[in-house]
Design a protein around this ligand. Structure first.
Ligand code: S3P
Length: 428
């Protein structure tokens, strides 16, 4: 399908939904389950294209991974049990798969090649390759080892102390995985305040990590034990329905079992600051916490989003921009230059496409400025092959005066395979 026509402006928005499993946790559950001794059973795994790419890569390295009664069963081979893949490891659109695998493959005793799709092959990899090389990794790639395809000749790594220059969970996680295979104690310092699923889940697999506000310390040579993993709903997917409920007059939605890890809940803080009506009922507060959210249509006001909150909502900025078009006043988003190196340049994509629909929005060097409220029109818009741009534009169709024609919506399967089915469930 290369386009979809969306006429949603007359729908009421009401009901209950469980959004699919968290993408970041799903990737890690398969990776750590593969590296563990014994069996790992994953409940509510996200069957999006990105996470299926991770499964495929580990199968190519000899891990038995099966789906039984909706659960993913991983028969771990231990940290020394992965085999040299006979073919290229294809990581598709998934930055998490590629970057975490770079860390892992650097320390395993075989040769491998990583390749991705057109978008991923244009995203920076030296942020991972450079520190790995300091540990002794042998990595080659395009553009001075900055771009996929990349070849890795695994070797014995030595521990380092590394100060993270970007708040990236993918870089942090790649170094933790490399540190796990290295000799000695690896210390990661600097901008470590990004999503902490790797730290939480590795501990659940029995790995000892020393973590404080400024430093993560991991001793090399530890083993992982298989475990049962429950994957909460992805707050980054829930974000599209949070926005929908906030901006469609009369709407009310309940979203069940949404992950509430504090490193991911920036969107809730922002919605509250804008005056949004959102209630949280926590179900589990330990480990990967989760709960139910009730969101109602609200009179919203503009806010400023910058600094430490940015890594806690980086993937939600496209949908926050749409919310801001429906909020009174000027919303300013700053310190978010990382958006330029996501699945597409999300500053450019959000600003260009929302302008086509009549929004008053401008790009800045590290964010955007949005003047609300604006009435949105219909129009023909595109996803840039970016799932989150696609979902944001589909949500816009509920408040646009005319039809929205969305080009290339297939990419939405990357993180939310049943997105349109779920939209139909709550639109009456
Ligand atoms: C992810 C980390 C984030 C996020 C991405 C998933 C992860 O990127 O944008 O969608 O699973 O580790 P950073 O590496 O920039 O934190």
């Amino acid at each position: 399908m290369n386009h979809i026509r969306l006429n949603n402006s007359n729908f009421r928005v009401k009901g209950k939904l469980s959004v699919p499993g968290d993408k970041s946790i799903s990737h890690r559950a398969v990776m750590f389950g593969s590296l563990a001794e014994g069996r790992t059973v994953i409940t509510n795994f996200l069957r999006g294209d990105d996470c299926l790419a991770t499964i495929d890569c580990f199968r190519k390295m000899g891990v038995k991974i099966e789906e039984v009664n909706g659960k993913i069963i991983v028969d771990g081979v231990g940290t020394t049990g992965l085999k040299e893949p006979e073919d290229i490891l294809y990581t598709g659109n998934s930055g998490t798969t590629a970057r975490l695998l770079l860390g892992l493959l650097s320390g395993l005793p075989f040769y491998s090649v990583l390749n991705g799709d057109e978008s991923l092959n244009n995203r920076p990899m030296s942020r991972v390759a450079d520190p790995l090389k300091l540990m002794g990794a042998k990595i080659w790639g395009r553009e001075h080892d900055n771009k996929l395809p990349m070849a890795i000749r695994g070797t014995k790594l030595s521990a380092i102390q590394y100060e993270l220059p970007v708040a990236s969970a993918q870089v942090k996680s790649a170094l933790i995985l490399a540190g796990l295979l290295a000799e000695g104690d690896t210390k990661v310092t600097g901008k470590i305040q990004s999503r902490d699923h790797t730290e939480k889940l590795l501990q659940q697999f029995g790995v000892q990590l020393q973590i404080n506000e400024n430093e993560i310390n991991i001793k090399g040579g530890q083993t992982l034990q298989g475990t049962d993993v429950f994957v909460p709903g992805d707050i980054s997917s829930a974000a599209f329905f949070i926005a929908l409920a906030l901006i469609v007059p009369g709407a009310e939605l309940v979203l069940e079992n949404v992950g509430l890890n504090e490193t991911r809940t920036g969107i809730i803080d922002v919605v509250k600051a804008m005056g949004g009506d959102i209630e949280i009922e926590t179900i589990q507060s330990e480990g990967e916490s989760y709960g139910n959210l009730r969101i109602k249509y609200s009179d919203l006001k503009a806010t400023e989003i910058s600094g430490a909150i940015i890594p806690r909502l980086i993937d939600e900025i496209p949908i926050i921009a749409l919310i801001a078009t429906q909020s009174e006043g000027t919303t300013v988003i700053q310190d978010a230059a990382e958006l330029k190196v996501k699945e597409t340049d999300r500053i450019e994509a959000v600003v260009t496409e929302l302008k086509k629909l009549g929004a008053n929005i401008e790009a800045t060097k590290d964010g955007m400025i949005i003047h609300g409220k604006s009435k949105l029109n219909g129009g023909q818009v595109k996803t840039y092959g970016d799932h989150r741009i696609g979902m944001m534009l589909a949500i816009a169709s509920f408040i646009s005066s005319g039809e929205i024609i969305l080009e290339n919506p297939d990419c939405i399967k990357i993180s939310y395979p049943n997105f349109f089915e779920d939209l139909n469930k709550i639109a009456q």
